[in-house]
Design a protein around this ligand. Structure first.
Ligand code: GLY
Length: 383
């Protein structure tokens, strides 16, 4: 029996997860990326937060996110075993907190919306929140406990995914993909800056850069910059929260994701300024100002890193997961703020598509064919 050659373009969390699952599923996997695991997935905070990221009108995204969150504990356990190193999952849950009256009104709206959808959310006052998380400061007046929204140390995760993919037989080639090669309506490989790589199946999962690889994606995937800070606890400083803290501070969102060892990741700004990965003074100022109002003790922490990444946005904030163009071509991009959360269900869907099986229930809503009109305008046939 011939083993199918599967080439994955992009070694972020989506590419690594798909490469691991496909290699473990018997495919001959090659991963192309000039700098594996250094893009948005490396910068990320690692929230697994479909409920606290929910937004009215984005119910398909909530359903996809909840379906992926349910898979996370099993995914992390299998990954830890396959990689021989921790996947970095944290199961302490999330609190969402508000400072001013306007922020509290906004959280009330979110709580009502989530309750109407039957989500597990508990409203708490400032004192109750401080009993749960003593690190929360006196400006916090109310909020929600969402125990089901989890977090993962994204850097432990990426290292585990690469190790598991390599142990399953995936090869990593540090080259840039230039385009997909096709012949007679069938994918035959990928052109790279170091020569062609033959393939029977190709997956485009190059994050915000995916749009450069196919005309169908050019108008659909756009870069959305985010800046993030990493803080380390210092001896004598107030201990960090154990749960993820999401906050609204005078209408501005900020989050703090705990790390083992007492560190915190503070994020994230959001701008549409193209492929810009400079960290700005204003971005750092806004994050620190708002985070300190919620968690005053961080003033004593060390600021160890500031970084910016570029999220892959899509027109409706849902990813694009499915077949595109010639036979054998798949896409998994446009995960925007949810790449880490959606990695397990995306990898399961991609393996199902490779094997000719049905995708999980929540995934058809993310099929790229929902943009058939835009794809037709790109002058390319839609399968
Ligand atoms: N997942 C949160 C963010 O992208 O900032």
């Amino acid at each position: 029996m011939t083993i199918s050659r599967f080439t994955v373009i992009g070694a972020g969390v989506i590419g690594l997860s798909c490469a691991w699952r496909a290699a473990a599923g018997g495919f001959d996997v090659t991963v192309l990326d000039p700098a594996p695991a250094t893009g948005a997935s490396w910068v990320a905070g690692g929230m697994l937060a479909p409920v606290t990221e929910a937004w009215p009108g984005e119910e398909a995204l909530l359903e996809l996110g909840v379906a992926s969150l349910h898979r996370w504990p099993g995914f992390a356990a299998e990954l830890t075993a396959a990689a021989g190193r921790p996947a970095g999952l944290r199961t302490e849950g999330t609190v969402v907190v508000a400072t001013g009256a306007g922020d509290r009104a906004e959280l009330d709206t979110l709580a009502g919306y989530l309750a109407a959808l039957g989500r597990d959310v508990e409203r708490l006052g400032g004192r109750e929140l401080r009993r749960l998380e003593p690190a929360l400061g006196p400006e916090v007046r109310g909020g929600l406990s969402v125990p089901g929204d989890l977090a993962v140390d994204n850097r432990l995760l990426l290292a585990a995914l690469r190790a598991a993919a390599e142990r399953a037989g995936a090869r990593f080639v540090e080259r840039s993909a230039i385009g997909v090669l096709e012949d007679g309506g069938q994918v035959v490989g990928v052109a790279t800056d170091g020569g062609d790589v033959a393939a029977d199946h190709v997956l485009i999962c190059a994050g915000a850069r995916s749009g450069a690889l196919r005309p169908e994606l050019a108008g659909l995937i756009r870069p959305i910059k985010g800046e993030i800070l990493r803080l380390a606890h210092r001896a004598g400083a107030f201990p960090a929260p154990t749960r993820t803290v999401r906050a609204l501070v005078d209408g501005r969102p900020v989050y703090a994701v705990p790390r083992d060892g007492g560190g915190l990741v503070i994020g994230a700004t959001q701008y549409e300024t193209g492929f810009d990965t400079d960290v700005t003074v204003g971005g750092v100022r806004d994050l620190l100002r708002d985070a300190e109002r919620v968690l005053p003790g961080i003033a004593e922490y060390t600021l160890v890193e500031s970084a910016a990444g570029v999220r892959p946005g899509s027109p409706d904030n849902l990813p694009l997961i499915g077949a595109l163009g010639p036979a054998g071509l798949l896409v998994a991009t446009g995960h925007h703020r949810n790449g880490i959360l959606l990695a397990p269900i995306t990898a399961e869907a991609v393996l199902a598509l490779l094997q000719g099986h049905p995708v999980p229930d929540a995934v058809p809503a993310a099929d790229p064919s929902r943009f058939a009109k835009e794809v037709a305008h790109a002058g390319v046939d839609q399968r």
